[in-house]
Ligand binder design. Structure first.
Ligand code: BTN
Length: 260
């Protein structure tokens, strides 16, 4: 099990990860984190587990992960910035994870809108951001992150779409070093979003973006259609051009490369 003392030993953050709940097994770190926000656990508290019995993904999907191989954790955040910036948190997260992977491994990750991190076009990391306040106003955010680190086997269809850092680099990755690096990068990017206009953050994200200029399949509610990804706007929406030439912004949903 990843012990809190090991994480804390050389963690260079001010707040993120300074308060840790570590579990061998739990239903979902996000669900536990939501409960903790009710008792006002401090900003930056993390909940980490070796295994989740009901790991949750975006769009009501499951998140499946082999016990003891990966990183499964949630961070509690109480943002103090304006509500418009909340929609940019996925960019903070995916850029932080991509930068951390670049520092800890020899890999070159890319970011896929809205908040996936890929290596060699395969998904390595997914994020589930949930607001634990009834209204959608500012308040309590649970930021769940799952990174495939040392898992070697992926079941069924997943093996064509997902991979791990070990599979892509050929070497076992130190999970504690990676977690510390993610928390440090996340804290820096979070500060950047809090105190500065979002252009620099978005530009940095775009440097690692995978989709621009590419044919994609857009999945919005139950509809799916072909388009080309053009840009990400300052509100975090994806600008696409549909096959008839019309442009539109997508705020929620999922996209995949058309050849996949
Ligand atoms: C996705 O890509 O669909 C998002 C996956 C998010 C998975 C993480 S693992 C830790 C945290 N706890 C959960 O139940 N989900 C998130």
């Amino acid at each position: 099990m990843i012990e809190k003392e090991t994480i804390l030993a050389s963690l260079k953050t001010k707040q993120l990860g300074k308060n840790i709940f570590s579990f061998e097994s739990i239903d979902s770190t996000n669900t536990y984190a939501k409960t903790l926000t009710k008792i006002e656990a401090p900003h930056g508290t993390i909940i980490i587990a070796e295994d989740q019995t009901s790991g949750r993904g975006r769009l009501q999907r499951n998140w499946v992960s082999q016990k003891g191989k990966n990183l499964l954790f949630s961070i509690i955040l109480y943002p103090e910035f304006s509500i418009e910036k909340i929609s940019l948190l996925p960019f903070v997260g995916s850029l932080a994870v991509a930068d951390a992977i670049e520092k800890v491994t020899a890999l070159s990750p890319t970011c896929k809108w809205p908040n996936d991190v890929l290596v060699n076009n395969k998904k390595i990391c997914g994020m589930l951001l949930e607001s634990s306040t009834a209204s959608s106003t500012l308040g309590k955010i649970v930021f769940g992150i799952g990174v495939n680190v040392n898992q070697e086997e992926f079941d069924g269809n997943l093996r064509f779409k997902a991979s791990s850092l070990k599979n892509e680099s050929g070497v076992e990755i130190n999970r504690v070093l990676l977690l510390q690096s993610i928390l440090e990068e996340l804290e820096n990017r979070y500060e950047q979003l809090s105190h500065f206009p979002p252009q620099q953050l978005l530009n940095d994200w775009k440097m690692k973006a995978l989709l621009f200029g590419k044919k994609i399949t857009v999945l919005e509610s139950e509809f799916s259609y072909a388009a080309t990804a053009i840009d990400v706007d300052e509100d975090g929406s994806l600008l696409i051009e549909m096959e008839d030439g019309r442009k539109r912004n997508i705020f929620a949903g999922d996209v995949s490369l058309a050849y996949q």
